[in-house]
Design a protein. Structure first.
Length: 237
């Protein structure tokens, strides 16, 4: 009996130490990632952002101007084929105006779309804010992304939306993300890859190039903490 208890004790200790080691490894990866993107103190100073970008999708070049107020609102002005539209999202509602799709005025987003899109209002990096938003992390080991060795970490929110992040083991930048969510009763999976990271004058580091299911986007200009009129986040009458 004594021998059996000793073996059981050793096994339980081994399991506990394994969990503890995994948690420590995950914390180390997150801390190094935050350091690699400019540090928590620099990011916490960011209250608003205005970006200019060019997206190439389905053979068309689309010009984007993106306005963001942290946790409050986001607007994307879209210039394509000589037509101007926009998308607006706030913490309570949203609108879409796509004249190239036949719309003559802005139409409201569904409540489900607004709810599922709230993460877009967060200017800060997800790994800086996941705890306050009640999200859970799981370290899934390492994986290969087009020849780049990456740490693989899943992030699950309160609505069971799961985003898997792939962080380069060399510089701790995010190389790829995959998100699975249920929108309007359908499970949707979206994928994005990131590159050309640059450090801004504000001290934060951002990827200037993003490739997603929607197309390739290049950020050409970023203003940090500009004054943005809240009237921008209401649809045109």
């Amino acid at each position: 009996m004594k021998s059996t208890l000793s073996i059981l004790t050793l096994l339980l200790c081994g399991v506990f130490m394994s969990f503890q080691s995994q948690a420590q490894t995950l914390d180390e990866i997150i801390n190094k990632h935050i350091e690699a993107i400019g540090g928590a103190e620099n990011w916490k100073k960011i209250k608003s952002m205005k970006s200019q970008a060019i997206m190439k999708a389905q053979g068309a070049e689309i010009k984007l101007t993106i306005y963001q107020i942290h946790k409050k609102a986001m607007r994307v002005d879209i210039d394509v084929m000589g037509m101007q539209g926009y998308q607006i999202l706030t913490d309570k509602e949203g609108w879409n105006f796509s004249p190239w799709g036949g719309q003559s005025k802005a139409e409201p987003l569904t409540a489900d779309d607004v709810k599922q899109s709230q993460d877009q209002l967060n200017i800060l990096d997800e790994f800086l804010t996941y705890k306050e938003h009640g999200k859970k992390l799981e370290f899934l080991g390492k994986d290969d992304v087009e020849g780049t060795e990456c740490f693989k970490i899943s992030m699950t929110d309160k609505d069971n939306k799961v985003t898997t992040y792939y962080l380069n083991t060399a510089d701790y930048h995010i190389v790829k993300s995959t998100t699975k969510a249920t929108i309007n009763g359908k499970e949707i999976e979206s994928n994005s890859t990131y590159g050309n990271y640059k450090k801004l004058d504000a001290g934060i580091v951002l990827p200037m190039n993003t490739n997603s299911d929607m197309g390739d986007m290049e950020i050409t200009q970023v203003e940090v903490n500009p004054t943005i009129q809240e009237s921008l986040f209401s649809p045109a009458k």
